[in-house]
Design a protein around this ligand. Structure first.
Ligand SMILES: Cc1ncc(COP(=O)(O)O)c(C=O)c1O
Length: 387
């Protein structure tokens, strides 16, 4: 069996047993909360990993971009939701192509978006399934959950020729902000955003049902909010029907910082080689890794320290104390180590990246490992499919 020691670096590694445990746990959560799991595949962009999610019980896949949907449909996946406001005739034409081969739905979040999509699909003679995007507190896309405008948009989609109203969705991206004050704990912050995400969507679903527009789909999901998710059903019978976490398959240093996952639950690591060891004026060791911005990306987030968490070595996978990946240049990772020298040129380190989803999009293949042993290889099939 090939070992990590023989791999050219930098390389991306997935710790197989950790990933499988993460997949099992999220599917168990969905089952226990009586809703579908439709994982967001922008995290891994891999046909192999999407197939594992379906095998475990996922109802379908979530993607962001039309190019990603094309990759999954080409590989036989049958039910894809683009959790993204799709705009433009060229994109609609490509979706129309996919509709003959798979069940496709996408987001609309403005009246103008609904008008453009309706015009295209009605003249194409093929109704498109639309899920209306709602702002439940993140303020990225979507109309506010408690506004009259969101109800009007759903009604507009429902009556628009060429569109079929499927339901409502939101993404609680503000769950990544961490506690809102010094007195709020990490757990309280997660519970606050998770219950807002759930309750606001159920409240809107109730309002729509009262208007005669009961949504078939009430879809929520981020990895942080799923760690505190408990479904409920309103007195009118509205409930969360679907969750769409993505990052959970790997977790990363941001999830650890938020208190969502432990370091032991992080499955994706970057394997890098120490290419230079220098001492600074205080005698501290400075290491340079052969992985920089192009591997780690420059993402930081709540609770992170530098650009990733250095692990002791491939076997123990515990956090290396007193070592920080504090800076990145394009091809170099800058590490400072306090205390006695512990590294030599040629040593290898594993680093849990801050944000797994963006790291996966920069290598065409990733190695599946079990400790030091390489047990497989997966392709990142939808790499760079951002159009
Ligand atoms: C619309 C949408 N749904 C679901 C997700 C999945 O969230 P996470 O990566 O936190 O699991 C994202 C993440 O960006 C998203 O933008």
């Amino acid at each position: 069996m090939e070992s990590l020691l023989e791999l050219p670096t930098p390389a991306l590694l997935i710790e197989h047993s950790r990933m499988m445990r993460n997949l099992d746990r999220m599917q168990e959560l969905a089952n226990a909360q009586s809703c579908d799991l439709r994982p967001h595949t922008k995290t891994h962009k891999s046909v192999d990993l999407a197939a594992r999610q379906i095998e475990k019980g996922a109802s379908g896949l979530t993607v962001a971009k039309v190019g990603e949907a094309e990759v999954y449909v080409d590989h036989g996946f049958e039910d894809i939701f683009l959790a993204y406001a799709v705009i433009g005739e060229e994109k609609y034409r490509r979706l129309l192509n996919l509709m003959g081969r798979a069940t496709i739905s996408f987001c609309v979040d403005t009246l103008e978006g609904a008008r453009q999509a309706g015009q295209f699909f009605s003249s194409a003679g093929n109704d498109a399934s639309v899920v209306v995007e709602v702002d439940a507190g993140y303020h990225r896309c979507g109309l506010p959950w408690d506004s009259n405008e969101i109800v009007q948009l759903c009604q507009q989609v429902d009556k628009s020729p060429g569109l079929r109203f499927q339901g409502i969705m939101t993404h609680a991206g503000h769950s990544y902000k961490g506690p809102s004050s010094d007195s709020e704990t990490h757990r309280q912050a997660l519970e606050r955003v998770a219950s807002e995400e759930r309750d606001r969507m159920i409240e809107l679903a109730d309002r729509l049902a009262q208007e005669g527009l009961k949504p078939a789909v009430v879809s929520i999901g981020s990895t942080p909010t799923m760690s505190a998710f408990e479904n409920r059903t309103s007195s009118d019978g509205q409930t969360i029907t679907e969750i769409r976490p993505g990052n959970y398959i790997f977790n990363d240093a941001i999830q650890v910082g938020l208190g969502v996952a432990s370091l032991e639950e992080c499955a994706l690591t970057v394997l890098a080689t120490v290419i230079s060891v220098q001492a600074d004026s205080n005698g501290r060791e400075r290491l340079f890794l052969d992985a920089g911005k192009k591997i780690f990306t420059s993402d930081t987030g709540y609770g992170t320290d530098g650009y990733g968490t250095l692990l002791y070595n491939a076997r123990t996978m515990t956090k290396l104390p007193h070592a920080t990946l504090h800076s990145l240049s394009e091809e170099h990772g800058w590490v400072s180590v306090s205390g006695a020298a512990t590294f030599d040129v040629g040593d290898r380190v594993r680093v849990v990246p801050n944000h797994a989803c963006v790291v996966m999009n920069n290598q065409p293949q990733v190695f599946m490992v079990d400790g030091q042993d390489i047990v497989g290889k997966i392709r990142v099939d939808a790499i760079n499919r951002v159009v």
